[in-house]
Design a protein around this ligand. Structure first.
Ligand SMILES: NC(=O)c1ccc[n+]([C@@H]2O[C@H](COP(=O)([O-])OP(=O)(O)OC[C@H]3O[C@@H](n4cnc5c(N)ncnc54)[C@H](OP(=O)(O)O)[C@@H]3O)[C@@H](O)[C@H]2O)c1
Length: 260
């Protein structure tokens, strides 16, 4: 197959948790442009409907599953709804996650620590179990976990909430362990570790705290934050046959942040 054809995803079905906005939405766009049909999971029905409308205009089948994957029960329910759509899933992107809480380690309430681990780590495990089972049975598929440079590569300065660094580092470890276990059964497992990106949420945050944006820019050799669309091609690559010999990898997409 010619090299650019290896990136095509025609006829593949991709599930993206948090596919309605932010980096998940950008990756959904990339996969759809490469030919994939989509199943998007998110909490807000209106954002999901908007994403479905825009992405279906590319000529793809797009289904939406409203659900909250931040609890084990919520993640299971959302995955069951995905399975009820009766479309064998080829690609799973475990994208939902976030810091959400700015609390020092010494003050971190254990219940919140566990809840944020469920958001950043357990959700990916449960979605991989529920959706990955069919991949293992069919002997083909791929999982992409969205981690962060904040785990295990760097600790982000001037912010607290180290559950985030810890859970993302654990997700990196889970990626590598699952990749080893599932490789003989035809399922690749990789991760994307984004640096700082200008999602709508971050744009709003940087409007309130412009010094944070300046601090990121100072630390990034490319001296700018990433545009969400710049993550899309990485997701397409890992999801496609172009990455047929890639498993257990983490692709860092950070403008060089982790180099200094
Ligand atoms: N943005 C960055 O610069 C950056 C940097 C490094 C790593 N990351 C990682 O990249 C991933 C995406 O980040 P982002 O900034 O795009 O995230 P985001 O803006 O917080 O959320 C994006 C998507 O996730 C959905 N979502 C959030 N919580 C959910 C839940 N509990 N259940 C189901 N859907 C949920 C949102 O829809 P609803 O709100 O409607 O549910 C939306 O579709 C995260 O894992 C994050 O840690 C981001």
């Amino acid at each position: 197959m010619a090299v650019l054809d290896q990136f095509r995803l025609d006829g593949r079905v991709a599930v993206i948790t948090g596919g309605s906005r932010g980096l998940g939405r950008a990756m959904a766009q990339g996969l759809a442009e490469a030919g994939a049909d989509l199943i998007l999971i998110g909490r807000d029905q209106q954002s999901l409907e908007a994403a479905r409308h825009e992405l279906a205009a590319l000529g793809r089948w797009v289904a939406i599953v409203p659900g909250d994957v931040s609890t084990p029960q919520g993640a299971e329910t959302a995955c069951e709804q995905v399975l009820q759509l009766n479309r064998p899933v080829d690609i799973l992107i475990n994208n939902v996650g976030g810091r959400r809480l700015d609390v020092a380690v010494e003050d971190m309430p254990i219940q919140q620590w566990q809840e944020l681990f469920d958001l950043n780590l357990t959700s990916a495990l449960i979605c991989s179990q529920k959706i990955g089972r069919g991949m293992l049975e069919r002997g083909r598929g791929c999982v992409i976990n969205v981690t962060s440079i904040a785990g295990p590569w760097v600790t982000i300065p001037n912010i607290r909430g180290r559950h985030y660094e810890t859970a993302k580092a654990a997700l990196t470890a889970l990626t590598r362990a699952m990749a080893a276990d599932w490789a003989p059964r035809g399922v690749r497992v990789n991760a994307i570790a984004p640096g700082a990106f200008l999602t709508d949420a971050n744009r709003r945050w940087f409007t309130i705290k412009p010094e944070f944006q300046r601090e990121f820019e100072r630390r990034i050799p490319m001296a700018r934050l990433g545009e969400p669309a710049e993550l899309a091609a990485t997701a397409v690559f890992l999801a496609s046959d172009a990455a047929s010999y890639v498993t257990g990898a983490t692709l860092i997409v950070d403008g060089g942040y982790t180099l200094w």
